[in-house]
Write a protein that binds this ligand. Structure first.
Ligand code: ZN
Length: 250
């Protein structure tokens, strides 16, 4: 859930308080924790939001703040361990290494060059001012995902006599792909960092949703059939590396 959505207040609806950054004492230091209230929460809980590199403490609307904090304090060891285990951030910049469909590439900033972004061997060159590098590169990577996903999606849909209405590439941190009610498919641009079989699997997955709007056995059988290789490989890869993909360009 996006925190931003919690900040939009409507006078007719019950206002949900925005998130709040708090500190939990631990071993002579302080651990950063994001405190949230949720109308759906039945009890207080802690979870890792690796996409935004934070620990969420979620409490029911009416639970006293002090009770929630006391709970977090009893879990301080767990919080400290999980903060330490977050994958490192991988910002875009000159000299940084990023995988391009699974193959390591070095980013080269070319401030004097004309043009935008281009590939040269195992390097990705980015023209223009340094302050625009990250956005330019991201836009280019998004276009690359779209360029690869579109023919894959149309070919797979054709195999099952369906049509894909629209393909979009988004900056989603919560899902790798989705299939809208209108038959439009969308994919996370961060799939550009994963090996090609991962994008192939995601496309197969969303195309299979054109037939089955669920994750039942028939859905999985169809997804498997639409994949280029064994589906278990990219699924295992995503489980192991998904958190790390979210750290690029962040
Ligand atoms: Zn699905």
């Amino acid at each position: 859930m996006a925190v931003r959505s919690l900040l939009i207040r409507s006078p007719t609806k019950r206002a949900v308080p925005p998130s709040e950054e708090i500190a939990i004492d631990h071993a002579g230091g302080a651990l950063p924790v994001t405190f949230l209230r949720s109308a759906r929460a039945r009890r207080v809980s802690l979870r890792v939001d690796s996409a935004r590199r934070r620990i969420l403490l979620t409490a029911p609307l009416r639970m006293p703040f002090a009770v929630a904090v006391r709970f977090a304090e009893t879990q301080a060891g767990w919080i400290a361990a999980r903060l330490k285990r977050l994958p490192p951030r991988r910002p875009f910049g000159d000299g940084a290494e990023v995988p391009f469909f699974g193959v390591p590439h070095r980013i080269r900033h070319q401030p004097e060059a004309r043009g935008t972004v281009w590939l040269e061997g195992a390097e990705i060159h980015v023209a223009g001012h340094a302050e625009h590098l990250a956005r330019r590169l991201r836009d280019w990577l998004m276009a690359e995902v779209r360029q690869r996903a579109a023919p894959l999606a149309h070919a797979k849909a054709e195999r099952i006599e369906r049509t894909v209405k629209r393909i979009s590439v988004r900056d989603s941190r919560t899902r790798w792909g989705s299939c809208g009610p209108d038959g439009g498919l969308s994919f996370s641009w961060r799939l550009v960092f994963a090996p090609p079989e991962v994008l192939d699997y995601l496309v197969a997955h969303e195309v299979a949703h054109l037939v089955h709007k669920n994750h039942g056995p028939r859905f999985w059988a169809l997804t498997e059939r639409l994949c280029d290789g064994p589906m278990a490989v990219p699924r295992a890869w995503l489980r192991a590396n998904g958190e790390a993909l979210l750290q690029y360009g962040a």
